[in-house]
Write a protein that binds this ligand. Structure first.
Ligand code: ATP
Ligand code: MG
Length: 353
């Protein structure tokens, strides 16, 4: 196990800058998730930590040792990729043993390690099968088995679940988390799925366009997003983010109707242009609230999502109670002001910090 320190890391491909100075401190045994939209540089950063991509600027240290010039095989890390690329002509046992066989480890040590990994992953009954005889989830577990047998200081995962169907993803997500709780190996896990990030991480790193937007425990990011990007990225359905102006002590959305109350103590001034944010689940029906013309009603069973329009502005609400609103009807809504978020209109930075 080890700490991982990423200090002002930069990456250029030719003359194109892809990472603009990323710094993340990862503690020993921590489970850190890198999350962000496609193309933001997650895989590039992970591959730099693994040593598969050279580092254009800054430093990566594993266990206190700067590894910028250390070849991948000497970094004591194990990486699990999206397309886990098992050897089709080898059994599960041989796939898991492969790296140790290559390193000419003694037979009894290999046997012990493969047995241990198979037990941890529930693969004992499948050791003599070939990959084609396994389900997607079982193959994924074999790929993890290959990483576990090496007792690495750090696990690196790059979207390991994206080839699995929705139900299996949820199951494997829980299995990987459980595995981490037992092995306590420092883990860096890349995904573009914010639900995966929220449910698995000790700490989330939100990336966007080659920069870090915010780092923190999942619920901190959810409750106090540092800027409008994180606010819109974390949480599903996404936070409502209305652009508008402070007028007469209330918020008026551009193209919207009615006015939205401001949280008490909000540090905004008359005429200021801001972004007014609230999560769908923090909206409630209130006769004195903003009128919304309902455009879509989506009952999921546990809650009902309602999409509506206030003038030209679209608003989404998620209600735990069964609501009977019909498309075309007008409902009145207000957000829970204790859970409202205000952001600077141009910079997107949180205003009440
Ligand atoms: N070898 C390369 N040469 C030039 N550009 C590259 C190379 N590899 C990646 N890029 C670019 O770097 C950026 C970051 O790519 P990266 O694969 O790290 O994104 P990502 O966050 O992992 O996205 P995804 O969620 O789609 O996997 C992208 O714009 C990509 O086109
Ligand atoms: Mg990627």
């Amino acid at each position: 196990m080890a700490t991982v320190d990423i200090r002002d890391v930069r990456k250029n491909f030719g003359s194109t800058a892809i990472l603009h100075g990323v710094s993340v401190g990862i503690e020993d045994g921590e489970f850190v998730v890198l999350v962000g939209p496609s193309g933001c540089g997650k895989s590039t950063l992970l591959r730099m930590i693994a040593g598969l991509e050279n580092i254009s600027g800054g430093e990566v240290a594993i266990g206190g040792r700067v590894v910028n010039n250390v070849p991948p095989k000497d970094r004591d890390i194990a990486m699990v990729f999206q397309n886990y690329a098992l050897y089709p002509h080898m059994t599960v046992r041989d796939n898991m043993a492969f790296s140790m066989t290559l390193a000419k480890a003694p037979k009894d040590v290999i046997e012990t390690e493969v047995t241990r990994a198979a037990r941890i992953l529930g693969l004992e009954q499948l050791l003599d099968r070939y990959p084609r005889q396994l389900s997607g989830g079982q193959r994924q577990r074999v790929a993890m088995g290959r990483a576990i047998v090496r007792h690495p200081q750090v696990f690196l995962f790059d979207e390991p679940l994206s080839n699995l169907d929705a139900k299996l993803r949820v199951q494997m997500r829980a299995e990987i988390k459980d595995l981490h709780q037992r092995l306590k190996t420092t883990t860096i896990y890349v995904t573009h799925d914010q639900i995966e990030a929220m449910t698995m991480a000790d700490k989330i790193v939100v990336m966007h366009g080659g920069n870090v937007e915010q780092i923190g425990p999942p619920l901190d990011l959810y409750d106090r997003p540092a800027n409008a990007f994180v606010a819109g990225f974390i949480g599903s359905p996404a936070m409502n983010l209305l652009h508008g102006t402070v007028q007469g002590g209330a918020f008026h959305a551009e193209g919207g109707e009615g006015s939205w109350p401001l949280p008490t103590g909000a540090r905004v001034s008359e005429g200021q242009r801001i972004i007014y944010g609230f999560r769908p689940e923090h909206l409630r029906l209130d006769g004195s609230g903003v009128p919304l013309v309902v455009t879509l009603v989506e009952p999921t069973g546990s809650e009902t999502q309602v999409t509506g329009r206030s003038g030209k502005v679209q608003i989404v609400g998620a209600f735990r109670e069964r609501i009977t609103a019909q498309v075309g009807e007008t409902i009145h809504v207000l957000p829970d002001l204790a859970q409202a978020h205000l952001f600077h209109r141009e910079t997107g930075q949180r205003l009440d910090a």
